[in-house]
Write a protein of this length. Structure first.
Length: 610
């Protein structure tokens, strides 16, 4: 009898076929209380499913692939607890434990990033190698090769943690690392936008626990953690690509079809259906299968994954890659689901377009989107038109009708198109663009002008790692790796350690000191965070604008002319009012607001009026 029992036990164990459970656990008291759990394993759909502890199963969905079953449970008014799923096929059965966890106190109302923040963007593989032992890992294909500009260099979560004080001292209050989830592409995986497992940190960056530690260390310093989320595509090595849950989990064409990148077609009233379809459903590149957010299973999977990371890692915000490339209605539902769960949660979407009307279409409550009965529910978008101006204007030494500081001025004249211009992300460069200091040949004065504008106009400024020490790079000439260089000092044995003042060159120190002074001043300036803005049409390539509220007024002067300029302050009486003096934040110099103002060529003034 004992032998028969042993045989039955072995048979039952060998039949236990669950390879993956996603999400791996959930929380009680979530707004999203109907949780759809995906179970994956060989022929798992042949089983009947039940659950213990009185948990209610609201639905069981099977697909054409017998290796998947999607089970929806009702967690409303259910306390945190462990319970058990039972899978039974005839006399054979096996079980799977599952947990509902307790949420952090006041998790729903967490504060996100906003215009009081400065965001520091990090290319995760290229910032600092805090743990050389994880540079390569046997579970993923590509190994470390620092000599290869397109290879893995070893930057990791530990490297970010070790340098958080450096980032904070710069005046940054939030950190945005490029994606950290596993990317198992054979090559070029360092950028991690082609993810292969969206519940797992890439082992070359560290572990899930390391990521939790990064969040905790940021919060200890009063800083915020922004996750770079990708909804549009995964990598072709994602584990599901070898065994899709449904044929339409990804967009498939009779032959490979790449997106046409014409995001304008998505709100073009004359667009053909095929153009819209290829833009939205075409693949970004061959190695990035395009996810079909119009499939309810896919959409629900992405919503739950996003919510899981927020709750699990105690996140403070998202940046969403290639936002307009998603199914419009699907991505709108995804975004709304997150902000319904976390009403204060900020999400900035990358809508890389070349006009304010096209960009503003993608911001929540857009008047332009409303013309087509569309609301993205996306709180923030990236100010790509200001970036476009930054990329050329400081080489335009003389003002013409369409050249010089007039282009910066004109960018802000179109702010009426945005539902919330103060929630735009502003930047001079990022991980996909040529380096600012490459374009301007490390001209410190031009860097000063750009950073001063970035720090004082409306919106949320973002600084790309290394900009503050003059890092350069040209993607057009040398490829993407050149704009994603290793931060000097991030690797053992680096000759130049720019993380420490003693290791910086004189040139690096000059850039660093200016950046830190400017953005640390900004930290406490409510007048910059939420104050009103008034500006004046540039004359002689000099742009003057004011930030003001009931208690403070700041006057910003940008002279993009190579020559010294002198002009009467009476033109700005509407803002200067009865103020007698102004103190320049950067130099400490005082000016009399009743006199003419003199400013050197290619220079700035940030005047606190008193």
């Amino acid at each position: 009898m004992k032998k028969i029992f042993f045989f039955l036990l072995i048979t039952s164990i060998s039949f236990a076929q669950i390879e993956r459970v996603e999400p791996p656990f959930w929380w009680s008291d979530m707004n999203l209380s109907d949780v759809q759990i995906m179970f994956y394993g060989k022929n798992i759909a042949q089983n009947d499913v039940t659950v213990s502890n009185g948990i209610i199963i609201k639905g069981i969905q099977k697909t054409e692939n017998p290796n998947y079953v999607f089970v929806t449970i009702d967690t409303k008014n259910t306390s945190a607890q462990d319970f058990v799923f039972t899978f039974k096929n005839g006399k054979k059965s096996f079980t799977q434990n599952y947990s509902l966890k307790s949420r952090r106190e006041n998790s729903k109302n967490r504060k996100s990033y906003d215009s009081s923040d400065m965001i520091y963007l990090i290319m995760s593989d290229r910032f600092a190698n805090g743990n050389p032992d994880n540079d390569s890992d046997k579970t993923v294909t590509e190994k470390a090769d620092r000599a290869n500009p397109s290879g893995r260099h070893g930057g990791d979560i530990e490297g970010i943690i070790k340098n958080l004080d450096y980032i904070k001292e710069l005046g940054a209050t939030a950190v945005w690392p490029t994606p950290l989830c596993e990317d198992n592409d054979e090559r070029g995986s360092y950028h991690t936008y082609g993810q292969s497992d969206v519940y797992k940190i890439d082992p070359r960056f560290g572990t899930n626990n390391d990521y939790l530690r990064l969040s905790a260390e940021l919060h200890k310093r009063g800083m915020k953690n922004i996750l770079d989320y990708v909804t549009n595509h995964w990598g072709w090595q994602h584990w599901m690509m070898k065994d899709l849950p449904t044929h339409d989990w990804i967009h498939q064409f009779p032959e490979y079809t790449q997106t046409n990148h014409r995001r304008e077609s998505l709100n073009d009233i004359y667009a053909s259906k095929i153009d819209v379809e290829v833009c939205s459903d075409g693949w970004f590149v061959k190695s990035m299968p395009d996810l079909n957010q119009s499939n309810p299973l896919v959409l629900n999977y992405l919503i739950q994954n996003a919510l899981w990371w927020i709750e699990y890692a105690d996140l403070d915000g998202f940046r969403v890659d290639t936002y307009p490339y998603n199914d419009k209605d699907g991505i709108s539902k995804w975004t709304k689901s997150i902000t319904d769960e976390y009403p204060n949660f900020n999400i900035v979407g990358e809508a890389w377009l070349n006009s304010q009307s096209k960009i503003s279409y993608w911001q929540k409550d857009s008047k332009i989107g409303a013309l087509q009965s569309f609301n993205s529910h996306l709180p923030s978008v990236m100010d790509f038109t200001l970036f476009d101006a930054f990329s050329s204007v400081f080489n335009q030494d003389k003002q013409e009708w369409d050249k010089g500081m007039i282009n910066v001025y004109l960018n802000f004249t179109n702010d009426f198109l945005y539902a919330n211009p103060n929630n735009l992300l502003t930047f001079a460069e990022n991980h996909d663009t040529n380096r600012f200091n490459e374009i301007y040949k490390n001209d410190f004065k031009k860097y000063q002008m750009a950073m001063t504008i970035l720090a004082t106009v409306r919106g949320i400024p973002q600084l790309y790692y290394g900009s503050e020490i003059g890092m350069a790079g040209n993607k057009d000439k040398n490829g993407d790796g050149d704009i994603r260089r290793d931060f000097p000092g991030g690797w053992n044995g680096d000759a130049n350690n720019a993380f420490n003042a003693s290791g910086r060159t004189a040139e690096q120190q000059k850039f660093h000191d200016f950046t830190a002074k400017l953005f640390n001043w900004r930290k406490s300036k409510e007048v910059i965070h939420t104050g009103k803005m008034m500006h004046y049409i540039p004359e002689n390539n000099v742009y003057v604008f004011f930030r003001y509220n009931d208690t403070e007024t700041v006057m910003i002067v940008i002279n993009n002319n190579t020559d010294k300029q002198t002009f009467k302050l009476s033109r700005f009486k509407e803002n200067i009012k009865n103020f007698q003096t102004g103190t320049d934040v950067l130099s400490g110099k005082q000016i009399n607001t009743k006199d003419d103002l003199e400013i050197d060529g290619k220079s700035v003034l940030v005047l606190e009026l008193k």
